[in-house]
Design a binder for this molecule. Structure first.
Ligand SMILES: NC(=O)c1ccc[n+]([C@@H]2O[C@H](COP(=O)([O-])OP(=O)(O)OC[C@H]3O[C@@H](n4cnc5c(N)ncnc54)[C@H](O)[C@@H]3O)[C@@H](O)[C@H]2O)c1
Length: 360
């Protein structure tokens, strides 16, 4: 554990798109110093490190981070207090094992792996190591989500209906996937797990956070629509859309829809019906409108727009500094279980029959 007065020395493993969500807060935090930037494409590590130094210098601070093309090399070369693991779905396993071998706390972006068997093993290894871990399901820090969670602890969810509807990854100017490294692996099922595992997993995780663990899933996938588009990203092989039915041990049922084929968009929503309450979450920020039986007025809570990654980062940093991990809303094990649920949904599509979810 680092001393409260000291700066926390952090090493980043993976310097692609999502590092841009964590770096602004880490850069501004005077009790943090990023001492190592690592990416298998070392040019990305060097660019992020150079920008970090530039921003610190402009703020009258100094730093001289080192760059690496391999996490093991970084961990052997410099002393760290914590690591951020910000890598694609297919790359999980080795970096986490290197980090826990050093006994380091880590924050890891979702999803936590692509191979269910290895992920279950890894989650046990992380638990056994005893290190502080935080999985990047940042929606768990939203006020809107926690208000509804409190209500559902007294008035349990009966029916849940969620969706994540977006457009196809296209080779065209302005398309996020064709302009960023994520486009090289996200559209390929064996690398990303598909939209359910990569994106809709935020909804999957919220369903677990709000209502507990579904025990069984059954899914259908739609294919053959995006493949007809002339400018679909090469090697795209995902379900264009899917529906997932989830059954909970207490009788609750849920439906999740995913779609990456709607060029007009559709957005993110999650509706939860309990006996005396209905919660309707909308958009990525998860604004909520809460209806209570017998009351005319609804309660509306705006989702935190800009603050959610800094909140998640700050909770993790404080946990590492103090040793008190109680503020962390999603550990590696918990995040692994959300990932295992999403992977079970994929398995059901592949098998064409219901699948019992095997959690850690
Ligand atoms: N929480 C969120 O809302 C959110 C948003 C975007 C992305 N993400 C997640 O973050 C993860 C990364 O996404 P991204 O957009 O940054 O992808 P990306 O492809 O832009 O960046 C990933 C980086 O990791 C590097 N990398 C791969 N294997 C590595 C390894 N073994 N060691 C070091 N570096 C390695 C790649 O070269 C790449 O630069 C994804 O799983 C994604 O789902 C989360």
């Amino acid at each position: 554990m680092a001393d409260l007065k000291e700066k926390l020395r952090i090493g980043l493993i993976g310097c692609g798109g999502i590092s841009g969500a964590h770096l602004p807060h880490l850069t501004k935090s005077e009790d943090v110093e990023i001492v190592g930037f690592c990416d298998v494409v070392v040019d990305r590590a060097e660019k992020k490190a150079a920008k970090y130094v530039e921003e610190l210098t402009a703020a009258g601070r100094t730093a001289s981070p080192k760059t690496y093309d391999d996490a093991a090399k970084m961990l052997a070369d410099i002393e760290l207090d914590a690591a951020y693991i910000l890598i694609p779905t297919y790359a999980h396993g080795t970096p986490e094992r290197e980090v826990i071998k050093k006994g380091l706390p880590f924050l890891v972006e979702k999803p936590l792996g692509i191979n269910p068997e290895d992920l279950r093993k890894l989650a046990v290894e992380v638990e056994t190591s005893g290190v502080i871990s935080s999985a990047g399901f940042m929606n768990r820090y939203r006020q809107s989500v926690n208000r509804v969670r409190d209500i559902l602890s007294e008035d349990p969810a009966i029916l849940i209906d969620g969706a994540w509807i977006g457009g196809p990854p296209l080779v065209k100017e302005g398309d996020y996937f064709s302009q960023n490294p994520i486009g090289q692996w996200w559209p390929i099922k064996e690398k990303s797990g598909g939209q359910m595992v990569e994106q809709v997993i935020h909804t999957v995780d919220l369903i677990r956070y709000l209502a507990g663990d579904p025990v069984e899933v059954f899914a259908y996938g739609a294919t053959g629509f995006n493949s007809k588009l002339p400018n679909i990203i090469p090697n795209y092989n995902l379900e264009d859309a899917a529906v997932f039915a989830l059954k909970f041990a207490n009788g609750t049922v849920a439906n999740i829809m995913s779609c990456c084929a709607a060029q007009t968009g559709g957005g993110v929503f999650l509706n939860v019906w309990a006996s005396k309450h209905t919660a309707k979450f909308t958009e990525w920020a998860h604004h909520v409108t809460l209806h209570t039986a017998g009351e005319k007025e609804t309660e509306d809570i705006k989702g935190d727009l800009e603050d959610i990654f800094p909140t998640e980062d700050r909770v993790f940093i404080n946990a590492v500094k103090s040793g008190d991990r109680s503020g962390i809303r999603c550990t590696h094990k918990d995040g692994a279980n959300s990932t295992l649920l999403a992977l079970a949904c994929n398995e059901s599509i592949a098998l064409g029959k219901p699948v019992t979810v095997q959690y850690v």
